[in-house]
Design a protein around this ligand. Structure first.
Ligand SMILES: O=C(O)C(=O)C[C@]1(C(=O)O)C=C[C@@H](O)C=C1
Length: 324
């Protein structure tokens, strides 16, 4: 009954309200098209929606090109067993300064902004509003909603905010870097790994054993000796173990690629706290395999050679065992 109910749920959760970059990312996901969307207040709520079956998927921001990893998302992935990434989506980021109509830049002393957005606009703020104070907001649209509360003069928002709220934009392109982008991932529970497309990425989280000097290097060796391109590595503290870290790692390739499977086996042997987050189609440039020794063909040939040795051995066993 519960399984049937779960099957009928089609919702997708995202950080709202309407108009956030997270909503723009969800609009890029073909599987969410035409399905009901649930706007929630933060990343843990979006993840809880999929854990508790209110949604089949949740879109969450994972990394910004200026601010780096989105820690709330990385921590949710590390602490929610069964959560799997199904796809990644990249959204270009542009910020504007929104005010109540009529407010002048010289009158602004307080700025509401999502912390990840605020971090992307430091240079502009230092130059144009050096004496302001920052009021944290739960999203890039929630910041603009705060304009209608006392004590908030301006908000950092996406340029599309005027489609949603009666605000005025008094400055644009606030972000420190004009190529700023945020990478989002669509997550679900206990999902099957999608078939390889030839342009895939595999994400893992590794908590290294505490008592093993050189464990980080060992993990990297497992990846590099198989010619795998590592596209990201970032560390997060383990909350209940001060001084211990887990590593969030992205690799080019798919779980069904021999070299990736081999590397995961190699890491898992000395590192039982290995979380597989998924293999899924990746956005952007995929490096060509430079080293022939690590080509799929060489992996297949090596496996065939091992299988032939084992077959030979089995034959020898049969020949030498006494017949009855
Ligand atoms: O989706 C939004 O608009 C958000 O407010 C979230 C978020 C994030 O969590 O990183 C998304 C993209 C921007 O880089 C800044 C903030």
């Amino acid at each position: 009954m519960i399984a049937e109910l779960r099957e009928r749920i089609e919702n997708y959760s995202y950080l709202g309200p309407k108009g956030t970059f997270t909503e723009a990312a969800l609009a890029l996901a073909p599987e969410a098209a035409g399905k009901p969307w649930r706007a929630v207040n933060n990343v843990p709520e979006a993840v809880q929606d999929v854990v508790e079956g209110r949604s089949v998927g949740a879109m969450i921001a994972i990394e910004n090109s200026i601010e780096g990893g989105v820690t709330a998302s990385q921590d949710a992935l590390a602490s929610t067993p069964g959560l799997r990434i199904r796809g990644e989506y990249v959204v270009p980021i542009r910020f504007c300064l929104a005010v109540r109509p009529g407010t002048k830049l010289e009158e602004v002393t307080t700025v509401a902004a999502h912390p990840v957005a605020y971090g992307q606009c430091r240079r502009w703020l230092a130059e144009h509003l050096p004496a302001h104070s920052h009021l944290p907001a739960s999203s890039n649209v929630a910041s603009a909603e705060q304009l209608f509360e006392a004590g908030v003069d301006a908000a950092i928002t996406p340029p599309t905010i005027t489609e949603h709220l009666p605000v005025e934009l008094i400055a644009s392109d606030l972000q420190d870097n004009h190529t700023a982008q945020t990478r989002f991932v669509l997550v679900g529970m206990n999902q099957q790994v999608p078939e390889p497309t030839g342009r895939d990425k595999t994400s893992i989280i590794v908590e290294l054993p505490e008592d093993r000097p050189g464990a980080l290097l060992e993990m990297l060796e497992q990846i590099s000796t198989r010619g795998i391109n590592m596209t990201m590595i970032t560390s997060r503290p383990v909350p209940d173990k001060p001084g211990n870290y887990r590593f969030v790692v992205d690799l080019d390739g798919h779980l069904h690629d021999a070299r990736v499977a081999d590397a995961l086996l190699g890491i898992r042997r000395f590192c039982p706290k290995l979380i597989f987050l998924g293999s899924y189609p990746r956005v952007g440039v995929v490096l060509k395999q430079a080293d022939l020794a690590h080509s799929d063909e060489r992996f297949a040939a090596a496996r065939a050679w091992l299988a032939s040795l084992e077959a030979e051995d089995a034959q020898d066993d049969r020949a030498s065992s006494p017949s009855v």
